[in-house]
Design a protein around this ligand. Structure first.
Ligand SMILES: Cc1cc2nc3c(=O)[nH]c(=O)nc-3n(C[C@H](O)[C@H](O)[C@H](O)COP(=O)(O)OP(=O)(O)OC[C@H]3O[C@@H](n4cnc5c(N)ncnc54)[C@H](O)[C@@H]3O)c2cc1C
Length: 420
C-alpha cells in the first residue's frame, strides 16, 4: 500500500516530475527536491522533444565501440569521448564495450519497445488531461539518409529490427520522401519513416505538469541541494540537504546525470556519464517543416516546435564541463546545410546554443528499480537519449514498485545493481 506513504523525489527534471505525478496519483505524500529555482533549466528543456518508440536499439550497439574509438580523437565527430585518465570513465567504457553486442541488443530492444510504447500512451493520456497544451503531435519521424550506403545500413539495421518488433518502419526513396511534403528541399538518397513516433514542446510539457503537481498538493523544495544521506542499517533514514535533513518512508533518485554523484558515499555502484548535447532553436524559421526528422549521417535531429524550429545533436562524454565548444555547434549547422540546401549560415545568426547533459548508463538502458542494499531507495535515472520518451512510463513503474505491484515489464535488465 502506498496511500499516505511519504516519498522524497530527488531531482526535478522531466523524470522527477513524472515520477512525482504517478506517486501523487497513488495517494503518496510527495516532496520533490530540486537544487534550482522553479522554472529552472534541465536536460529535457532544450531537447528535441521526440517521443520515439522507433528508438528500439540502445546506444551501446554492435559497431558503436569501433565508431567511438575512431571518433574519440576527433572533437568534431557526432559522438565524442574526451580521452582522460578517470577511473569512472574507464569502468564505464569497459561496460559499454561489453554491452555492445547482438545478444544484449536482442534482449534490450523488446524491453525498450514496450517501455516506449507504453510511455507514449501515457503522454497521450496526460495531453488529454491537461488540455492539449504541450503541442503534442503524432506526426511520425524520419531518418533521412544522404548516401545510398547510409540508407542501406538504416534499412537493414534499425528499420529491420523495428519491423521485426512490430514497430512500423517504411523505407522510402528520395521521391517518396519528398511526397510526404516536409516543407523544405532535401538533398538525400532516401529515408526510413516511422509513422508511430510523436513529438512535443518539452518546456510546455514540464511547465504544465509542474502546475498540475502543485494543484495535486506535491510539496516542492526548490533551491535545495542534496549533499548526503543518513542511514540506519538497510534503510535510508533521511536525505541531507541545504534545507536540513528531510525524512520520508521512501526515496527516489531522479538526479539525471548527477545521480551517481548524489549517491556517492552509500557504497553503491551505478556507473553513469554525462553525455553533453547541444541545440539551436530558430524563433522565426523561413520554412514551415511539417514533421521531425534526423539527418542520419550527421546525427542532427530537427523538430518543428510550435512556431519555432529546433536542431539538436552531438554526444560528448566529457563530465559536466559547461564550456560551449564552437566546433561542435558548427558541425550541427554544417549538417543542416548539407541535407537542407536552402538553409544558410545566416539562418543561425544570433542564435544562442543551449546545452544539456544526458544521463548515460554504459548499456544505454535506464536504471529503474530498488537497490538491494537499501530497502527504501529506488533509482529512476540513466535514460540517455530517451529520457523524454520514457519519463511517464518510468514514473508509473516507480509508483507501481513502491506500491508492491509486479511490473508489467521484466525490469531485470534495468536493475540499478546490474554493475555491482
Ligand atoms: C540535445 C539533446 C536532445 C535530446 N532529445 C531527446 C528527445 O528528442 N527525446 C528523448 O526522449 N530524449 C531526448 N534527450 C534526452 C533527455 O533530454 C534526457 O534523457 C532527460 O531529459 C533526462 O531527464 P532527467 O530528469 O533524468 O535528468 P535531468 O533533466 O538532468 O534532471 C535532473 C535534475 O536533478 C537536479 N539535481 C542534480 N543534482 C542535484 C542535487 N544534488 N540536489 C538536488 N537536485 C539535483 C538537477 O538540477 C536536475 O534538475 C535529449 C538530450 C539532449 C541533450
Amino acid at each position: 500500500m502506498t496511500r499516505d506513504k511519504s516519498v522524497i523525489v530527488c531531482g526535478g527534471g522531466i523524470v522527477g516530475l513524472c515520477t512525482a505525478y504517478y506517486l501523487a496519483r497513488e495517494g503518496c505524500r510527495v516532496t520533490l527536491v530540486e537544487r534550482h529555482a522553479e522554472g529552472h533549466d534541465h536536460c529535457a528543456l532544450g531537447s528535441c522533444g521526440y517521443i520515439s518508440p522507433s528508438h528500439v536499439i540502445p546506444l551501446a550497439a554492435p559497431g558503436m565501440v569501433w565508431k567511438g574509438l575512431k571518433w574519440m580523437l576527433n572533437s568534431r565527430s557526432p559522438f565524442y569521448i574526451k580521452p582522460r585518465l578517470d577511473t569512472d570513465l574507464m569502468r564505464w567504457g569497459w561496460h559499454f564495450w561489453r554491452a555492445s553486442n547482438h545478444r544484449r541488443v536482442a534482449r534490450a530492444a523488446p524491453i525498450l519497445r514496450d517501455l516506449c510504447l507504453h510511455s507514449q500512451k501515457l503522454f497521450e493520456e496526460l495531453d488529454e488531461l491537461t488540455g492539449h497544451r504541450s503541442e503534442y503531435q503524432r506526426a511520425g519521424l524520419l531518418n533521412l539518409c544522404q548516401t545510398a550506403q547510409g540508407l542501406e545500413d538504416e534499412a537493414s539495421g534499425l528499420a529491420r529490427t523495428a519491423n521485426e518488433l512490430g514497430v512500423e518502419a517504411r523505407v522510402l526513396d528520395a521521391k517518396q520522401t519528398a511526397a510526404l511534403g516536409l516543407g523544405v528541399k532535401l538533398d538525400i538518397a532516401g529515408s526510413v519513416y516511422f509513422p508511430i513516433d510523436a513529438h512535443l514542446t518539452p518546456a510546455r510539457f514540464t511547465a504544465v505538469l509542474t502546475a498540475l503537481l502543485q494543484e495535486m498538493g506535491v510539496n516542492f523544495q526548490w533551491s535545495t541541494t542534496i549533499y548526503g544521506w543518513r542511514t540506519t542499517g538497510r534503510r535510508i533514514a533521511a536525505v541531507q540537504t541545504t534545507a536540513g535533513d528531510l525524512i520520508a518512508d521512501e526515496f527516489v533518485l531522479t538526479g539525471g546525470s548527477w545521480s551517481a554523484g548524489m549517491i556517492a558515499g552509500l557504497g553503491l555502484r551505478m556507473p553513469m556519464q554525462a553525455g553533453k548535447g547541444y541545440s539551436l532553436t530558430l524563433p522565426n524559421p523561413r520554412f514551415r517543416i511539417t514533421k521531425p526528422f534526423i539527418l542520419k549521417e550527421r546525427r542532427v535531429a530537427v523538430t518543428p516546435m510550435g512556431d519555432t524550429l529546433r536542431f539538436g545533436g552531438t554526444m560528448e562524454i566529457n563530465s559536466h564541463d559547461d564550456q560551449v565548444r564552437p566546433e561542435r555547434i558548427e558541425q550541427i549547422k554544417a549538417g543542416v546545410m548539407a541535407f537542407l540546401p536552402e538553409f544558410t549560415a545566416a539562418d543561425f545568426d544570433g542564435i544562442k546554443p543551449w546545452f544539456g547533459y544526458r544521463p548515460v548508463s554504459p548499456d544505454g538502458l535506464p536504471y529503474i528499480g530498488r537497490f538491494n542494499r537499501y530497502a527504501n531507495l529506488t533509482a529512476a535515472c540513466g535514460h540517455a537519449m530517451l529520457g523524454v520518451t520514457l519519463a511517464p512510463g518510468t514514473g508509473q513503474l516507480i509508483a507501481g514498485i513502491l506500491s508492491g505491484r509486479t511490473p508489467a515489464v521484466n525490469l531485470d535488465l534495468l536493475s540499478p545493481d546490474r554493475y555491482s
